[in-house]
Design a protein. Structure first.
Length: 144
């Protein structure tokens, strides 16, 4: 993911930390900030991976499971992520301009992100170019 997504500092060239999407924290941000819609970027970076994971909750060292973000950073540090796993896709998505043009597994992945975030996706980036974007709803007209 790091290589394909070119996740390196622009000035320093230092490697950025990459990992699976933590939808517990995304859902928390949506709720707390009143976010009305999401833009998903770099979907193309996931192309070619056999399996994709999404963090849907945490197991605490005490054995408890939660779907919510702990209020304490100390408690969070004692948690392990719980993942849902999805089949990946091999098809090139750079030319997709409609959701229907994405592979079935990519659409399933995006649908699950919407469900977990409790916010709809209005834009999906399928490549590094400005034109490599699926616009589902005009972000400037959307009530954010």
């Amino acid at each position: 993911m790091q290589q394909v997504g070119q996740e390196f500092g622009a000035t320093t060239g230092r490697k950025r930390r990459c990992g699976w999407l933590d939808m517990v924290l995304v859902r928390q941000a949506v709720r707390v900030s009143g976010i009305g819609a999401l833009a998903i970027t770099k979907l193309d970076v996931l192309t070619g991976l056999d399996k994709l994971k999404i963090c849907v909750g945490y197991n605490h060292d005490s054995g408890q499971f939660t779907h919510s973000a702990p209020a304490s950073i100390k408690v969070l540090s004692q948690c392990q992520p719980v993942y849902e796993e999805f089949d990946g896709w091999k098809e090139n998505i750079l030319d997709a301009r409609e959701m229907s043009e994405l592979p079935v597994n990519a659409r399933k992945y995006l649908k699950r992100l919407e469900e977990l975030a409790e916010a709809k996706i209005i834009l999906v980036s399928v490549g590094p170019g400005r034109e490599e974007t699926i616009i589902l709803e005009d972000p400037f007209l959307h009530k954010l």
